[in-house]
Design a protein around this ligand. Structure first.
Ligand SMILES: Nc1ncnc2c1ncn2[C@@H]1O[C@H](COP(=O)(O)OP(=O)(O)OP(=O)(O)O)[C@@H](O)[C@H]1O
Ligand SMILES: [Mg+2]
Length: 327
């Protein structure tokens, strides 16, 4: 049993001339858990991963992986980890299968293991049909998946993934999440960087939000969402013509009602389920037809907006999850 945390960053700093890419970042990743490093472009995510995976020497501070110091014990660190970088590293003129065979022999893995693992990984990543084609004929998403298969081949106990699902379609993305969850349930420690709030929410036990080289927030997804404010009741009307009357009705239950002009939606600040039930009851007797009524908690996107005053990524712009539909 290794008592040391799987990964530790202690006041890590990396300066490039004039740029404080990473400016004093600390976190701890317990064995078998998932840390999500969340932040916008240029936040310092890749630089952090590069320091922890021995690809870049910290200006100051300490990094440890599996208890080994990234500067003084780089060989031991490398032996403990797998890394998939932001840019695909597959060999273009080899086929998919040959790419895994090559990595297998570089790592000195038994051939039988490599053959079986290749089949398993290619099946998981939907690459079996393309396995014997040269990688240069692969689409961007296929390369990404091959790259992941390569980094998973040696089944490293600690895996760093730098924006693993960037450029993947939604189906491949959720396929990859499933694979990652499986690995974690088998004991792998995972550090992943992402710009996608949903991804961090789905996978991470702990999230560290970085911006401009610094940690601006840290906690579980739920803790972060709780910081962003209270829940709200979201009502979607069947007919836009009812907006004014609906707003009046909701105002009798909540101090703060917001009408989304140009849509059929209204939101009211709420303390919890009690407020939702009261609003539902008011509508029940009003004769106003509703498409939907539910309680929305702040999304991670709201968290980011709350912390930085701007949206983290336009693509995932707020889609608050709605619970307790009662219409
Ligand atoms: N080799 C380098 N030389 C000079 N500046 C660098 C170098 N690598 C990164 N930077 C700068 O450090 C900052 C952090 O970059 P980094 O790549 O770590 O961000 P990131 O969070 O990974 O962004 P992205 O989401 O775009 O991948 C940026 O301002 C970047 O321009
Ligand atoms: Mg990056």
């Amino acid at each position: 049993m290794n008592a040391a945390p799987a990964v530790e960053a202690i006041d890590l700093v990396k300066h490039f001339d004039g740029t404080r890419a990473v400016d004093g970042v600390s976190f701890v990743v317990p064995e078998g858990s998932v840390l999500g490093l969340l932040g916008p472009n240029g936040a310092g995510k890749t630089t952090l991963v590069r320091m922890l995976t021995t690809l870049s020497v910290p200006t100051s501070g300490t990094g440890r992986v599996a208890g080994f110091d990234v500067v003084r014990q780089p060989t031991e660190v490398r032996r403990s980890l797998g890394l998939t970088g932001q840019a695909a590293t597959v060999d273009e003129i080899l086929t998919g299968r040959e790419n895994l065979k090559l990595i297998g022999s570089l790592y000195g893995l038994p051939r039988k293991y490599v053959r079986e693992a290749t089949e398993r990984l290619f099946a998981r990543f939907d690459l079996l049909d393309a396995a014997d084609r040269m990688a240069k004929t692969y689409s961007g998403g296929m390369r990404r998946r091959l790259d992941l298969a390569v980094s998973l081949l040696a089944a490293p106990p600690i895996l760093f993934l730098d924006e693993p699902t960037t450029g993947l379609d939604p189906q491949s993305r959720s396929g990859l999440w499933a694979v990652l969850r499986e690995l974690v349930s088998e004991g792998t420690t995972l550090v992943l960087t992402t710009q996608y709030l949903e991804e961090a929410d789905q996978l991470a036990d702990e999230i560290v939000v970085v911006d401009k080289g610094r940690v601006i927030a840290a906690g579980t997804p739920t803790q972060l969402k709780d910081q962003a404010g209270r829940a709200s009741v979201v009502v979607t009307l069947t007919h836009a013509a009812d907006l004014e009357r609906a707003a009046e009705l909701m105002s009798s239950c909540s101090q703060e009602v917001h009408v989304e002009r140009g849509s059929r939606r209204l939101t009211a600040q709420a303390g919890g389920l009690g407020d939702m039930t009261r609003i539902a009851a008011v509508f029940e007797t009003s004769g106003i037809e509703l498409d939907d009524l539910g309680l929305a908690r702040p999304s991670l996107d709201d968290v980011f907006l709350h912390l930085t005053g701007r949206r983290a990524d336009a693509e995932n712009a707020s889609n608050p999850s709605t619970e307790g539909v009662a219409s």
